[in-house]
Design a protein. Sequence first.
Length: 431
Amino acid sequence: MLLLVLPFLIPKEKYLAEFEREATALLGVPVDIENAHIYFIPSPRLSVEGIAIGQSQDITVQSVTVIPSLWSLFSSSRTFALNVHQPIIKDSAMPFVSKLMASKSNTSTHSSIEVSQVDIDGLTLIWPSVKLPMFDLQVVFSKGMQLSTAEAKSEDGQLEMNIQPNEAGYSIVVNMDDWLMPLSHPWRVNQGRIDMALVNQTLDVSSMSLQMYGGTINGHAKLDWQKNWQLNGQVEVKDLSLATPTKMMNPNTYLGGSLVSKGKFSANAKNADQLLNQLRADFVFTVNQGVLYGLDLVKVASLLVKQSAKGGQTQFDTFTGELAVSGKRYHLKRMQVSSGLISAKGDVQISEQEKLDGAGEVEIKQSVGLVSVPLIVSGTLDKPLVYPSKAALAGAAVGTAILGPGLGTSLGSKAGSAVSGLKDLFGGGEK
């Protein structure tokens, strides 16, 4: 009866207020607790509910159960195990979490209270533009509350992470098995491994190896948030089949073939949620034995009429070029498409609103000669428009009337394009 009644006699509000003050001083950010309960049956334990940490509730926890080791209750040093239920951690909590981890790893001060193990279920990480699965996490500490090991596993079993301490900080290994990437278009990773090192406020990705869509993606990167958030790295792609991932982005116009690419990327932002908006990248690429679905370049160039490029397909041997990324803007430069029937080149820019703006030229090999047609690219990613320029159409009509189809059409379209280019030079051109 005493064990049942005693919890109601303890002034928990006084202890909660004192604990909030001490936790706030330790973390350097506000800590609020809604309620707490003490139980003596079946064993002594403390249940704390409704925890919020940070100015903007950067970390929230539904409940934490503190279970003391019975033997430690009779010694000068108390040992506890913690069960944490459904914590939510925002990316804004990273600075003071890493600061706390760094201070713990650099101190050897003995404490009369130690945590032996932390079991977390239903951990949710909130990162802008990224949808991550829930995790279960187990952390084991040695004497002096030094991290011994930490293991995390997604509830769907597709992602596993192991953390081990080392002299400088922590080594982190992430393994993936049939994992859907947490992006707006969920690409699938068949097998993957990432090796990282966390030292103070720097995350060094020394090695990344992903097997997906019949090819591999390898690279390395470094993320630093000591002052601003800074990201830089390199990536290399080999023999990646493009049909499935590009069809996710646009089921009407997409690209097939085998991709080979490499390049560098970087970003610098005040906040983590601005990193993607500040991304800068440059890649060179080659697509071998591919098909451009939803666009027939031969038909567009042959008909010589302004039309939307709907339906059909263009087969090619190689497609090369460069991709420059600036935030949400993209620039496809020096594109070259070649096959037995056609060759094409051009530049296309894609705005933040996914609008297309570009120009190119298609050369078609015909029995009467080589027909060359300048093209204009407009519309959007969902509904691209590809058609001959106005000047090329007018020139082609005149050339055909004078010299006949084939050679006359080709010379006329080139002449019309050249006249348009001279107008552009003096600021009076039109497409």
